[in-house]
Design a binder for this molecule. Structure first.
Ligand SMILES: N[C@@H](CCC(=O)N[C@@H](CS)C(=O)NCC(=O)O)C(=O)O
Length: 136
């Protein structure tokens, strides 16, 4: 009986450790890749749901009502939008799991945020030119 009790405890621990987590994404999106890297770094298991951006799902439309864009992370039914905000959320919720994503030092955090914004503004445009505009 002790063993059965112990097994039940382990099952409950496992269930508690496995979050209700869905990621709505599109495989070649750099913003989605950013979030997938963060989840991978933290080793957080999740369900990945590929989206067709030419035929947006009800789930995407209701989870991202303002921009209707991927990625969206849905944690316990609550959606979080915008990849930098999602990465920060992952870092904070799973602070005790895996390595930290953002540096602890406020100055270093500011530098990391600068580069995130820089990549979004200046580099992603080339991705857009390759995959969206030129039909490659
Ligand atoms: N600032 C957003 C940008 C997200 C974004 O632009 N996602 C694109 C895919 S790469 C999208 O969903 N586009 C659909 C649309 O514009 O309708 C983020 O960092 O998550």
């Amino acid at each position: 009986r002790v063993k059965r009790e112990k097994n039940r405890e382990t099952d409950q621990t496992t269930m508690a450790a496995k979050p209700d987590l869905k990621l709505l994404g599109m495989s070649v999106s750099p913003f989605v890749i950013r979030v997938r890297m963060a989840l991978h770094m933290k080793g957080v298991s999740h369900e990945y749901i590929e989206q067709d951006l030419f035929n947006k799902s009800e789930l995407l439309l209701e989870s991202s009502p303002v921009e209707k864009k991927v990625p969206v992370l849905i944690h316990d039914g609550k959606p979080v939008c915008d990849s930098p905000a999602i990465v920060q959320y992952i870092d904070e919720v799973w602070a005790a799991t895996g390595p930290p994503i953002l540096p602890a030092d406020p100055y270093e955090r500011a530098v990391a945020r600068f580069w995130t914004a820089y990549v979004d503004d200046k580099v992603i445009i080339f991705w857009h030119l390759c995959f969206v505009t030129s039909n490659i």
